[in-house]
Design a protein around this ligand. Structure first.
Ligand code: TRH
Length: 382
């Protein structure tokens, strides 16, 4: 039997939940599917604890889902024996004493720099390239998640799509999910909303409230908090106690673990997502979604959106493609009037968008998942 491998993952939380969410998802998949002993060194356990409820917010050394979580502050002095592989999450840097120990090791760990996900074509040429460290006799390998076979792929747990289909067939499980949020879903368009602060949101809520269709929109507590507060005039919904205006029921959801978040996406007809990890989960949900790209200087995020849309819409007819583009664009530039105006055409296009989303998910699922490609790559370097 091959020896059990040990991996360290190092994560610094820039903001929000994506840095921690991606690193934790990778960590637990390595442990569950590849039998790897994983330590996640993280500088902000409290952020991670929001989406890993079994983890105490103040923990400095704890185990959840088969992953050991340790405070990054202690890594420099207490990293112990070096692992076989170290993953530097999003190029966040490894503690200097750790790098020094690597440089002194007879067989240093394989050093992976896990990069941000992008659909831009240049990713293909940059993926899995080595880069000699400028200061130490060490090599870093740059690992790019992506959408083609020339990239590292996407995080996708074994059996994920089977679980999704079983959940979709399970009326009782779906009904229970909506019941806990205190909403009646009969004949409603079910929307899950996870976005950044967005000036277009109140206008969209107006359109839904004043429209002909019953819309149930679920937003995690605190997300787009200023907009929700202003739009409800302070009567913000709480879990189990939605806010109703006109045809819109606005429900608040507690933060839940990543699997429960997936089930919410699977139960919804339209998912607003953001960042990186929820963006990928919406694709595995095989349902229409609207991506709020993490805002960047010089509108770099709009180029990312364009690159992704160009891939997603390949198999779409002209009308749904244009409707999707117009709505995503208005949403991402935060143009309230444009988003309100674009909604009707996008709503009409949802059945076509749903078919395309299903085809897209099936296309992606034919590619190997990121954890597997990464494990195989590292094993070839050991
Ligand atoms: O939270 P995000 O916006 O995170 C990030 C960071 O901002 C980061 O700096 C940036 O570089 C990156 O985006 C692109 O969005 P994301 O990536 O979707 O992460 C959210 C995580 O939270 C994801 O793992 C899903 C999880 N989650 C839950 O598990 N339960 C919940 O209830 C919710 C609302 C989210």
């Amino acid at each position: 039997m091959p020896p059990t491998l040990r991996w360290d993952i190092v994560c610094r939380v820039v903001d929000n939940f994506g840095d921690a969410g991606v690193c934790f998802r990778l960590a637990r998949t390595l442990a569950a599917e590849h039998g790897i002993v994983v330590t996640l060194w993280i500088d902000d356990v409290a952020s991670l604890a929001r989406i890993v409820p079994s983890l105490p917010a103040g923990a400095v050394d704890a185990v959840a889902d088969g992953v050991r979580m340790r405070a990054l502050a202690s890594c420099a002095s207490d990293h112990g024996e070096l692992p076989d592989v170290v993953v530097e999450g999003f190029g966040c840097g490894l503690p200097e004493p750790y790098v020094r120990a690597m440089a002194a090791a007879a067989r240093p760990p394989v050093w992976i720099v896990l990069e941000y996900l992008s659909a831009e074509p240049w990713i293909d040429a940059s993926h899995a390239l080595p880069s000699p460290h400028p200061q130490w006799p060490l090599v870093r390998w740059f690992w790019f998640p992506g959408f083609t076979a020339h990239t590292g792929g996407l995080l996708r747990e074994a059996g994920l799509l089977t679980r999704r289909e079983a959940f979709r067939r399970d009326d009782a499980a779906r009904a229970a999910l909506w019941r806990t949020l205190g909403v009646a879903t009969r004949d409603a368009l079910l929307v899950s909303l996870f976005c950044y602060a967005n000036p277009a949101l109140p206008a969209l809520l107006d359109v839904w409230a004043d429209g002909d269709e019953h819309v149930v929109c679920v937003v995690p507590v605190g997300v787009a908090g200023a907009e929700v507060d202003a739009w409800t005039q302070g009567a913000v919904p709480h879990p189990g106690a939605p806010f109703v205006r006109g045809r819109l029921t606005l429900a608040a959801a507690p933060f839940v673990d990543q699997d429960a978040f997936d089930r919410r996406l699977w139960a919804s007809a339209l998912n607003f997502v953001r960042g990186e990890d929820s963006f990928v989960r919406a694709q595995w949900a095989a349902a229409p979604f609207v991506w709020h790209v993490y805002p960047q200087d010089a509108d770099a995020h709009l180029a990312k959106m364009d690159a992704f849309l160009s891939r997603l819409e390949v198999a779409m007819d002209a009308a749904p493609r244009a409707a999707q583009r117009a709505f995503w664009y208005a949403w991402n530039v935060g143009d309230a009037a444009a988003a309100a105006e674009a909604w009707a055409a996008y709503r009409a296009a949802l059945p076509a968008v749903e078919r395309a989303s299903g085809a897209w998910a099936a296309h992606l699922a034919a590619q190997p998942d990121l954890t597997r490609t990464l494990v195989e790559f590292c094993e070839s370097k050991l």
